[in-house]
Design a binder for this molecule. Structure first.
Ligand code: APR
Length: 311
């Protein structure tokens, strides 16, 4: 059983941190790919990281490249390639640019890593993971979007902050698309096994739900330029590790639905078992009428975004 190979497409903020995490956890060898203009940047980042190996006692080989051929045989790929939204750029402009980038990435990954588990992080997430599936034509359960792990982690963090307890002991589930229509299922959240509703009044829970939905924007506003990177990077690596180590973890991610939750033909955030088979199973949870309505509302937003890709 040789070393695992992790291909990171997009060597920006998230890509760099994912390389660091993968090396620290000694998940395998890591190749970081970016556009030709950034070739030296990714080579520099990976050399810098290589020099941390003795300090972290890691043996991972870390390389930067502009050539997809160097990704050949990767076990897992994580795509963050894309442009961030700039002032004056409409959502449609961003979608069209990132759609082109994702199409190029998907075509190359199909060629060089057809057997890998592919994780898409580029925003707008719900339509980009759909586009990756359409363009690559790769098996739908071997492609997933990273959103739910992050949205859930945000919810758990806010609960921990509010109760002054470790977020490790907070369990929660956030369904739906990656955006303001997401559906944090506060009803099912527990803290050390105790229902959240027994520990916090409804208005505090509502405030946490609201903050979770807006958490990405809150960070964008604080940073001034760019978007969150530590938490998205850690979330995507969590998914990659579950696949590489066949952990059968239940992680919420944008998974392709085939009738689950009454939805067919779309990627949307649901709890899924991730193991060596990729997305091995989508878990269904009984929803209340209002939760169903909220999920449908989120699905409509996802459908609209997917329709804009014209795929
Ligand atoms: N091929 C490979 N890499 C590309 C391509 C391409 N065609 N086009 C752009 N990139 C690279 C950029 O050069 C840049 O280095 O993608 C990288 C993106 O990095 P950042 O701009 O730093 O963005 P980051 O914060 O990492 O976020 C990446 O993830 O969460 C989402 O909304 C976020 O869509 C964004 C993505």
């Amino acid at each position: 059983m040789g070393r695992k190979k992790i291909a990171l497409i997009g060597g920006g903020q998230i890509g760099g941190i994912m390389a660091l995490l993968a090396a620290q956890r000694e998940m395998g060898d890591v190749v970081l790919l970016d556009i030709p203009e950034k070739e030296n940047v990714v080579k520099g980042k990976m050399l810098d990281l290589t020099e941390t190996n003795p300090l972290f006692s890691s043996s991972s080989c870390l390389t930067g490249t502009k050539n997809y051929a160097d990704l050949a045989g990767a076990d897992v790929t994580i795509t963050t390639a894309g442009l961030p939204r700039k002032p004056g750029m409409s959502r449609e402009d961003l979608l069209n640019i990132n759609l082109q980038i994702i199409s190029e990435v998907a075509t190359n990954l199909k060629k060089y890593c057809p057997d890998a588990f592919h994780i898409v992080v580029t925003n707008p997430l719900d339509s980009m993971v759909f586009a990756f599936m359409k363009v690559s034509g790769l098996p739908k359960h071997k492609i997933a979007g990273m959103a739910g792990v992050l949205d859930t982690a945000r919810f758990r963090s806010f609960v921990g902050m509010e109760l002054n307890v470790s977020p490790k002991d907070v369990s929660a589930l956030v369904l739906g698309g990656h955006g303001p229509t997401m559906v944090p299922l506060a009803r099912l959240a527990t803290v050390g096994g105790i229902p959240l509703s027994e520990l916090l009044p409804q208005e505090k829970i509502d405030a946490i739900v609201y903050r979770t939905r807006e958490a990405g924007t809150e960070i964008v506003n604080l940073l001034g330029s760019g978007s969150a990177y530590f938490s998205p990077a850690t979330s995507a690596i969590e998914m990659a590790e579950a696949y590489l180590k066949d952990q059968k973890r239940i992680l919420t991610c944008a998974a392709y639905l085939n009738g689950e939750y009454g939805i067919t033909g779309y990627y949307i955030g649901v709890p899924a078992i991730i193991g060596a088979g990729g997305v091995e199973k989508v878990l269904e949870v009984k929803l209340t009428d209002s939760e169903k309505a909220a999920l449908n509302n989120s699905l409509e937003a996802v459908k609209k975004a997917v329709a804009e890709t014209k795929l």
